[in-house]
Write a new protein. Structure first.
Length: 81
């Protein structure tokens, strides 16, 4: 899934409902994580987040540049070989 700064999916391989769910949740999560990183060090920037649960591994790579914000989201099964 690729999202824009408004949490709207630009590109996805999921069905529409799953895409909307991931796009919205990831957008909120990366905004909070970015704020936390900036509070810890004002000169630092969030570059990559990896979450792992029993069912999914979610990797988020937000990009903040020149007034544009995008986020690449990869969801995979951590038990898959």
């Amino acid at each position: 899934v690729v999202t824009n700064s408004d949490g709207i999916a630009i590109k996805s391989t999921f069905d529409n409902d799953t895409t909307v769910q991931y796009a919205s949740l990831v957008s909120n999560f990366t905004a909070k994580a970015r704020g936390a990183v900036r509070r810890l060090d004002g000169d630092d920037e969030l570059r990559f987040v990896r979450l792992r649960s029993k069912k999914h591994e979610i990797m988020m790579a937000p990009e903040f540049s020149q007034g544009q914000e995008y986020c690449l989201v990869v969801v995979q099964d951590p038990s898959a070989s």
